[in-house]
Design a protein around this ligand. Sequence first.
Ligand code: NDP
Ligand code: 8X3
Length: 255
Amino acid sequence: MIKTAIVTGATSGIGRATALMLARRGYNIAITGRRLPLLQDLCREIEKTSGVESYILNFDIRDKLDVFDSYDMLPDSWKKHLMVLVNNAGLALGDDSFEMCDDNEWDQMIDTNVKGLLYISQLVSNTMKQNGFGHIINISSVAGRHIYYGGNVYCATKHAVDAITQAMRVDLLQYGIKVSSIAPGMVNTEFSTVRYRGDIERARKVYEGVKPLSADDIASAIEFIVTRPDHVCVNDMLIMPTQQAMPYYVDRHTK
Ligand code: NDP
Ligand code: 8X3
């Protein structure tokens, strides 16, 4: 049976690992992100290693018109078999105390993590509604459960993702669309390098003395979620490294 999936933010980290996992599971994969060369590399890897088809949706998820136009270009044959959307694109910028923050960075986090997720989800929900099936998986965060010092607006965006997940699950129930969320703790990806605006040394310190989760660990969790039988929906998963209990409770073994 033909089945297709869309993974947002597939140029690195969790999104990339998830796209490769879904390809191995036999899904034709539409991948999104801003960095076109990385999307092209991933397409080549998907097609070489899994033999499924891939499709590039190259947009900045903050740009509503671009998201709408790009999705419009996705062939109907892909939309007709659209089983899975993984809403993964997102970022944190900075960890400054509230009064010191750059409001442009607030805009970027809110526009990406919340509004971008809403734009693509609404388009896909309408397709899934017509199809009569589908599964949307939102990548939230431990930051959507706990507030920590300097997390302010990033935490707010992930609390919003949790609220939107619950709202979508209620509203889309009538169409047989499953809605799940995964809230990871520390995952070693480009996340911290982006958060610290390219400061690799500062990003490295985040994981000092800790074995963090890998992008593949989260892709495995998504694999578990999408392979449940039709009548089972995993609503929510909170996944942490063994050495982390909450955002700021980390047992570091620094020798
Ligand atoms: P990465 O930085 O490795 O990946 C982020 C992805 O999001 C990239 O593919 C990036 O693509 C995409 N993205 C960011 N901004 C935009 C934009 N404006 N338009 C389109 N795509 C965008 O980080 P992770 O893999 O760790 O992050 C994935 C998700 O997981 C995020 O939502 C993050 O909040 C969440 N998360 C991460 C945790 C961690 O510790 N790493 C823990 C908990 C949750 P490109 O730059 O090419 O546009
Ligand atoms: C990323 C995890 O703890 O940096 O969402 O907020 S944390």
